[in-house]
Design a binder for this molecule. Structure first.
Ligand code: ATP
Ligand code: MG
Ligand code: MG
Length: 362
């Protein structure tokens, strides 16, 4: 049986492992023994910041992939069997490289400037203006490592907030809505796209994803953007790009070189989930697999932030698909999600309300 190694053993690794089973693929994860993927896959204790340990882990697998863009690209450089490749990860893990790359491919972004001192920040504020957002170049997620600047006088406080780490200042985009596009590219260069997804964030954290977002013009614009990125990077695997939609334009926010939270609905809502297609893409040459169909049914995904609703309560709604990552409850943490086909409007409204309310108690 083919063996796929995943750097990381969190919920994305867990869902990749669940998708691997019916494909006859074995998953080995590199992480810590109690990480949540250990519920369904073998997890080896590997320090992802240790080059030798990562290399030793890679020896035991046919293909190596990752569940987070935050593995230091210097460790991935020259690592054989890695999909997506180290260059794609290096770009996606640093907001400055990422924005430069998006622009180089003719894709719009918010105005931005590199900031490595308070002086830089003041200069950047002169031309980007406020409101704007100061973001650490690396290691941010769920809105962590970023601070909004509402007035240029707040520069010093904002700079102190990021702790002196290299940052970018980004102009605030006045968007109509946030959309993401997920695509998979195989070793033979075949590309499959999912429909656009409409995402709602609060406090920088994704709360709700609804698919498909039906807009033929924006769908084809987003597809042409991702085609360019995938081809330029000679990318293999699933790539996600988050966009701000404003009028008829798409402004790229960030790219994730991996399966994405906004695509969890594809497990039930698509003929082939993002997880299955990532595996099919990266293991294609080993297994002779082509990408699977992305035909989808209208579906809604609700994130469970902080704590998981009780099994007893969700069980009263048979139309809900309950995904519990088995993580300890903690404020602001993604611990699971609920998926429901869009036709069950009352159930979705009820659970949006319940998840909102329960969060105030964590
Ligand atoms: P993720 O968990 O998606 O990786 P992140 O921590 O990398 O999040 P971003 O995606 O950069 O953070 O920002 C989180 C959210 O903050 C965005 O989805 C959007 O709602 C808001 N946001 C970020 N940048 C901007 C901007 N330039 N203009 C307007 N809103 C923004
Ligand atoms: Mg991000
Ligand atoms: Mg984001």
């Amino acid at each position: 049986r083919p063996r796929i190694g995943i750097l990381g053993a969190g919920q994305l690794a867990l869902m990749l492992a669940e998708a691997a089973r019916p494909l006859g693929i074995d998953i080995l994860c590199a992480g810590q023994p109690n990480d949540c993927a250990s519920q369904v896959a073998t997890v080896y204790k590997v320090d992802l910041e240790d080059r030798a340990e990562v290399r030793a882990f890679a020896e035991n697998v046919d293909v190596l992939t990752l569940e987070s863009e935050n593995v230091d690209a210097a460790i991935l450089e020259d690592l054989p069997k890695l999909a997506p490749n180290a260059r794609a990860v290096r770009i996606a893990q640093d907001r400055l490289y990422e924005k430069d790359f998006l622009r180089s491919q003719g894709i719009d972004t918010a105005p931005y400037a590199a900031v490595s001192s308070l002086r830089d920040l003041r200069t950047a504020l002169e031309w980007i203006g406020a409101p704007s957002i100061l973001k650490t170049r690396r290691l941010g997620y769920d809105g962590r490592g970023q601070v909004r600047i509402l007035h240029p006088d707040d520069a010093a406080a904002a700079w102190a907030h990021t702790g002196g780490a290299p940052c970018i200042l980004e102009g605030m985009v006045a968007f109509d809505r946030e959309l993401s596009l997920i695509a998979a590219r195989s070793t033979t260069g075949e590309i499959a796209f999912y429909p656009l997804i409409h995402n709602e964030h609060r406090e920088g954290i994704l709360r709700v994803s609804v698919a498909p977002w039906l807009d033929a013009e924006l769908q084809s614009l987003a597809e042409s953007h991702l085609s360019k990125l995938l081809t330029a990077l000679q990318y293999v695997g699933v790539l996600t790009v988050e966009f701000f939609a404003a009028g008829r334009t798409l402004i790229a926010n960030e790219m994730a070189p991996r399966v994405h939270n906004s695509g969890h609905w594809t497990i039930e809502g698509s003929e082939t989930s993002q997880f299955a297609n990532h595996l099919r893409a990266i293991a294609g040459s080993e297994l002779g697999l082509s990408l699977g169909a992305t035909t989808s049914r209208p579906t809604v995904m609700l994130n469970c932030i902080g704590s998981m609703p009780s099994l007893e309560e969700t069980a009263k709604f048979p139309e809900l698909f309950r995904h519990d990552y088995g993580k300890a409850a903690r404020p602001g943490r993604k611990v699971g999600h609920l998926t429901c086909f869009a036709e069950h409007k009352a159930t979705i409204a009820e659970w949006e309300r319940r998840l909102n309310d329960s969060e105030t108690f964590v």
